[in-house]
Design a protein around this ligand. Structure first.
Ligand code: M6R
Length: 613
């Protein structure tokens, strides 16, 4: 949801900003821009609608842009105002003394803008951000001696969220930054420093960083960084060393990040499990997570958005089945406005790959306000959600760059499976033998993924077929019903093919009216106990001449006689088979999108990290 970067040091800031923006492009790709401080302190702004490559081409052809060692940059996911050149960041104040890039939303921008207009100021964009540039400049102009004070006074008038980098005329050696409810990190180099929305923007130069806290302002020069908290007190905070290395955020030999991330899953699953089993049982002691608290819960709430919420659906199924604790899965954007019923002996998880999703963060804050014990399942260790939750379970999947999540979904689901075994074992709702067997099967899941990924050639036919289709349905029962939502989302978000997930038995209650000649139905059948029921539903589709692509295990091969095509999964634990089926569908979605000539990693209208409500 917009990415910002600032660089100050001896290198060519234009190159540093472009490389940082490419790394942040997953956060939004409607437009991009940079501001560089030229010798003499004048600020040059260049911005362009479209992908960062458009900005790069513009900068290459523009010889008037001089080399500089300081600058700020932005990649935009449009909220206020169309994606065009004028609305692209950076934005400047009324007379151009102040230049800003902003991630977030200024909620009271209409009234603030009216105040500026009443003073005779003129605006050149429809954005909420431009008002910040005007406000900061208005404060700065009072004496031009206290840029930090001007920034602090201006943001005190704003409501909403911001990750902000600011350049002031007359201060050519300093980037000023501010943060509230949008992520912002300082990256510390040798004789150079960075400010960015995400660590990946400076990972190729430094792994040493510090996440700013809400209310912070920072004054960043090449040799020094000062951080002031919301009260204006100078802070002395410890730096962190990133767990990720610079190669983890590169595509390597793969054609796109999504394909790379699908293929990383055997490895990321192993990373997730490392140190989390002991004597063939789950062990969360290294996480400092007390399973007994969870075992005593009357209800477990899991709150998340998008695919993270889909992993919660899988978690609900397995926790309820094994541990017999009711699990309520809630969409974060609804949860906070529905006055949720939570009791003091409940437990709540929030799940978020990025750890920055605004709706999920708001849900976590509500959970904490109600005094409910909680933990976050996140990928990004330095994220706001990870810092604010009572407990943290890191999925350790490494940077996920493709907008469509793959490895994070699998790891989120798997950690819930491991928690289900741990809680069920604690409660005594499963036997010692079963707990050890299932734990063992979880630890060998990566082998099944590898085996499956070796036979992806067999998925090419269905992917080719889908390229020319308008719609698809995913059906399943039981555990398969818990996972088809994710398979369906993968297809629709990167191919724009209309796709829906339905309980197989529910089709006949209305939706089957849409099934006519050759309509695509992808049927998951991994739940042995429900094979025959699913078969009846497949036959209902075939009777209407629909096209059925079946994903099943060896035991379910007999169902293939009633289907048009079948993909047989490698042998795997019954509870894990639906996750393997989702990985198949991740790959089908990738192949289809690629075959259609689409941008697999950056589907239209989307951004990886959704930091606005
Ligand atoms: O970073 P988060 O896990 O909180 O993100 C939640 C959703 O925005 C995310 O899963 C989204 O649905 C993805 N585009 C799915 O591929």
């Amino acid at each position: 949801m917009c990415g910002i970067i600032g660089y100050i040091g001896q290198k060519d800031a234009r190159e540093e900003l472009l490389s940082g923006l490419y790394a942040l492009e997953y956060r939004g790709y409607d437009s991009s821009g940079i501001a560089l401080v030229a010798q003499g302190g004048l600020v040059t702004v260049r911005k362009k609608k479209g992908r960062i490559s458009e900005l790069e081409a513009l900068l290459k052809s523009d010889t008037s842009v001089k080399r500089s060692g300081i600058g700020i940059g932005h990649t935009r996911w449009a909220t206020h105002g169309a994606p065009n050149d004028a609305n692209s960041h950076p934005h400047r104040g009324n007379v151009g003394l102040v230049t800003v890039v902003h991630n977030g939303i200024i909620e009271n921008y209409v009234e603030l803008r009216a105040e500026c207009i009443a003073r005779g100021e003129e605006f050149s964009s429809e954005t909420d951000t431009e008002v910040l540039a005007h406000l900061i400049e208005f404060e700065f102009e009072k004496d031009r001696k206290d840029p930090l004070g001007a920034l602090q006074r201006a943001i005190a008038k704003a409501q909403g969220s911001w990750g902000l980098c600011v350049l002031f005329e007359g201060y050519p050696q300093t980037i000023f930054a501010a943060k509230k409810d949008s992520p912002l990190l300082i990256g510390f180099g040798k004789g150079e420093n960075y400010v960015a929305s995400d660590i990946t923007a400076f990972l190729s130069s430094t792994r040493e960083y510090l996440p700013l806290c809400d209310g912070d302002c920072a004054v960043v020069s090449a040799e020094n960084v000062e951080i002031y908290d919301a009260k204006g007190t100078l802070q002395n905070r410890e730096h962190t060393i990133a767990l990720w290395d610079k190669d983890s955020a590169q595509k390597g030999a793969y054609d796109c990040f999504m394909n790379k991330e699908i293929h990383e899953q055997p490895e990321t699953v192993n990373k997730l499990l490392k140190g989390r089993t002991k004597d063939s049982l789950p062990d969360f002691s290294a996480d400092g997570f007390d399973v007994s608290r969870l075992a005593k819960a009357e209800t477990i709430h899991i709150v998340a958005c998008g695919s993270a919420m889909h992993s919660a659906l899988y978690g609900k199924h397995i926790i309820e089945e094994l541990a017999r604790i009711p699990v309520k899965v809630e969409v974060a954007s609804e949860f906070r406005y529905e006055n949720p019923i939570m009791k003091e002996n409940d437990f709540a998880f929030v799940i978020s790959q990025s750890g920055e999703t605004a709706d999920t963060l708001a849900a976590l804050r509500l959970i904490k306000q109600r005094g409910i014990p909680n933990a976050a399942i996140v990928n990004v260790a330095a994220s706001t959600i990870a810092r604010e939750a009572d407990g943290v379970l890191l999925i350790k999947a490494g940077p996920e760059i493709a907008v469509a999540t793959t490895k994070a979904y699998t790891s989120q689901s798997l950690i819930l499976a491991l928690l289900a075994v741990a809680v069920a074992y604690k409660k005594g709702t499963i036997s010692d033998k079963y707990a050890r067997e299932f734990t063992h099967n979880i630890t060998t899941f990566s082998d099944s993924i590898s085996e499956m990924l070796e036979s992806t050639k067999k998925l090419e036919n269905i992917a080719k077929r889908l390229e020319n289709q308008h719609s698809a349905f995913f059906i399943g029962r039981g555990r398969d019903y818990a996972t088809i939502f994710e398979a369906s989302l993968k297809l629709k978000e990167i191919t724009y093919i209309h796709s829906e997930a339905y309980a197989a038995g529910e089709l006949k209650h209305g939706t089957i009216s849409l099934v006519t000649d050759d309509v695509n139905v992808i049927a998951f059948a991994t739940d042995k106990d429900l094979f025959d029921k699913t078969l009846s539903n497949i036959k209902e589709v075939k009777a209407r001449r629909g096209y059925v692509f079946l994903i099943t295990g060896k035991d379910g091969e007999y169902l293939s006689h009633s289907c048009d095509e079948t993909f047989v999964l490698p042998e795997v634990d019954d509870h894990l088979a639906p996750l393997l089926a989702v990985i198949c569908c991740q790959y089908i979605a990738y192949l289809t999108s690629k075959g259609m000539g689409l941008d697999v990693d950056k589907p239209r209208n989307l951004a990886k990290s959704v930091t606005v409500e």
